[in-house]
Design a protein around this ligand. Structure first.
Ligand SMILES: O=C(O)c1cccc(C(=O)CC[C@H]2O[C@@H](n3cnc4c(=O)[nH]cnc43)[C@H](O)[C@@H]2O)c1
Length: 213
């Protein structure tokens, strides 16, 4: 029997994910908190309590303009801690360049591809590429451009993926990140976030996960 841990950040995302799973006992959904630290600690606690075959970080996220629109799904190939490093006069220095490990964790290709194929089969708008994890929500076009300069294959930013991925990696478990877009990445306009639409799409994604994972 497959046991899959789904980690969301807030209860609204947990409820949306559970709605698509319709009580499938192979899945366990937790709401782990907002941000990389809460997500990582919550995932590690869940992994210590029970054995899982796959860990999925699921939630809403910001879509990079021209790459992923509100309501689209993004299936991560990598989760990248895009602001983990050092600032310098010459630009941002990643922890990879600083020699302290890697800011990028690969996602499970098999699980990602299965979901990707099913989304295409059902004509859901979906993208596959890097999802950035940030501690600060991007609020200017300059920052969005700078992030895309660092990660040209990024479709989305959110605040938890790399934390969940780190806990999964340390426990030796495969990992995947799935996001539905609630807002564009760029100049801050919190009132324009379409959270209801993004949560509905999250439910569609978890309904497909139930079929293919
Ligand atoms: O109003 C704000 O600026 C704000 C700051 C922190 C968190 C929130 C949330 O609504 C938390 C939910 C969740 O949303 C993800 N998310 C959604 N869009 C973005 C984005 O453009 N950039 C980064 N994260 C985003 C994130 O994973 C939060 O956990 C609101």
């Amino acid at each position: 029997m497959t046991n899959i841990l789904i980690v969301t950040s807030v209860d609204a995302e947990k409820t949306a994910a559970e709605a698509g799973l319709k009580g499938d006992s192979r899945f366990h959904v937790i709401s782990g908190g907002v941000g990389i630290a809460a997500a990582s600690a919550s995932t590690a606690t869940a992994l210590a309590a029970r054995s899982y075959n796959l860990v999925i970080n699921m939630g809403i996220g910001g879509g990079f303009i021209g790459r992923a629109a509100v309501g689209d799904l993004v299936i991560a190939t990598k989760s990248a801690a895009a602001d983990l490093g050092a600032e310098s006069e010459g630009g941002f220095i990643s922890i990879d360049e600083l020699g302290f490990g890697s800011a990028v964790i690969e996602c499970d290709e098999k699980a990602g591809d299965s979901l990707w194929q099913e989304c295409n089969h059902r004509f859901l708008p979906v993208h596959k590429g890097s999802v950035l994890t940030l501690s600060t929500v991007t609020g200017t076009a300059d920052t969005a451009d700078r992030l895309l300069g660092l990660y040209p294959d990024a479709f989305c930013e959110a605040m938890e993926g790399f934390g969940v991925a780190t806990a999964a990696k340390q426990a030796g478990r495969p990992y995947l990140e799935v996001r539905s877009i609630s807002n564009p990445v760029g100049p801050r306009d919190r009132g324009a976030w379409q959270i209801k639409e993004a949560l509905a799409r999250l439910t569609e994604a978890s309904r497909l996960m139930k079929e293919v994972l």
